[in-house]
Design a protein around this ligand. Structure first.
Ligand SMILES: Cc1cc2nc3c(=O)[nH]c(=O)nc-3n(C[C@H](O)[C@H](O)[C@H](O)COP(=O)(O)O)c2cc1C
Length: 335
């Protein structure tokens, strides 16, 4: 059965790319879309930043036709600001609006926002209602299991937010207190799926990093789709591999070295195109090691790639990597 959010038909068991600050920008999303992501989200955008017209926040509203369906994610601690930010973001014409109630960070931007709202469900409900009323687009929410082990209140969140009109909920199987530590536990997510009151699609998130795990957790936790974050960094093929495994029960061969180089070059190209040469080159540095994970003795190339400023030299280095490792007698473990 197809999963639907408003008029958006996501097909059967969609795979979503997680919103990730400083990662899921348009260049990264481009390679993930090619890798088979069914729906994507922007990085989270500060509601206050949007209202102030801050350049960083405004830039995050950039979305492209080929990215659809795509959601813009916002966060904030003030209901009126969230309402206003929703109106601003709606003008960028995403397919849906998403609210972040999962960010565990306590810095200035996130104070009272993100997962903090899990401590004040009444306020969360009011905030969500304000967002739903401020846009004609479907609104979705991403959150965690609860604040800590003693307050795993996501079931209440699911029911109450559904009642005021959200159209899908993604749950990261950790509490705020856990941050990113320990294993994600999806047991509570299954309980929500089994709650007959809950009708909206429920997406599971947290620690899916292989086709086998995705297929096993789909069965075990009965979710409507899965959202993948970290496993897609440097490995956009995760989406097609999960799909292939679910359809055939077979593990698709991993990308060839050539495919890795092409994806990395495409990511770099798009970075330069969207951010300009200086920032594009600089921000690409965090990605190189991920594209070439598993290659033996890669360190010296990585060191060069993260220092190099000259774009043609970077392309030469990438060509050299492709040549060197393709020539190697051993087949490195690229898994
Ligand atoms: C670098 C990084 C940035 C993140 N930024 C966001 C964000 O902007 N909004 C959000 O809802 N979650 C954010 N998250 C959380 C992810 O969306 C996701 O819930 C988490 O990584 C668990 O999924 P995974 O195990 O598949 O990575 C971020 C995670 C990482 C690692």
């Amino acid at each position: 059965m197809s999963v639907k959010i408003g008029n958006i038909d996501l097909g059967e068991f969609p795979l979503l790319l997680a919103p990730m600050e400083d990662v899921s920008d348009p260049p990264f999303r481009y390679v993930c879309k090619k890798g088979g992501a069914d729906m994507m989200y922007t990085e989270f955008i500060s509601s206050e930043g949007l209202i102030r017209d801050a350049a960083k926040s405004k830039k995050k509203l950039d979305i492209f036709e080929y990215e659809r369906p795509i959601g813009i994610q916002i966060f904030g601690s003030d209901i009126e600001s969230m309402r206003e930010a929703t109106e601003i973001a709606t003008l960028a014409s995403p397919d849906l609006m998403d609210i972040n109630y999962g960010c565990p960070v306590k810095n200035v931007a996130c104070r009272g926002a993100g997962a903090s709202l899990l401590q004040d469900i009444d306020k969360m409900v009011k905030m969500t209602e304000a967002v739903v009323k401020a846009t004609h687009l479907p609104v979705t929410v991403k959150t965690r299991l609860g604040w800590d082990d003693n307050t795993k209140n996501v079931e209440e969140v699911a029911e109450r937010l559904q009642d005021i009109g959200i159209q899908a909920l993604t749950i990261h199987g950790r509490t705020r207190a856990q941050l990113y530590k320990g294993e994600a536990d999806w047991t509570l997510i299954r309980e929500i799926k089994r709650n007959p009151r809950v009708k909206i699609p429920i997406f599971g998130n947290g620690d899916v990093d292989s086709p086998q795990k995705a297929a096993a957790w789909r069965q075990e936790y009965e979710v409507d789709g899965i959202m993948i974050g970290r496993a897609a960094i440097g490995y956009p093929w995760i989406f097609r591999e999960v799909k292939h495994f679910m359809q055939t029960g077979e593990i698709l061969d991993g990308p060839t070295l050539k495919e890795r180089v092409i994806a990395c070059k495409t990511h770099l190209e798009k970075s330069i195109e969207w951010k300009g040469p200086k920032v594009g080159v600089f921000e690409m540095r965090r990605h190189y090691a991920n594209y070439f994970k598993g290659l033996p003795d890669f360190k010296s190339y990585r060191m060069q790639l993260v220092k190099e400023e000259d774009i043609p030299t970077i392309y030469e280095l990438l060509a050299e990597i492709e040549h060197k490792y393709a020539q190697a007698e051993f087949i490195p473990d690229l898994a």
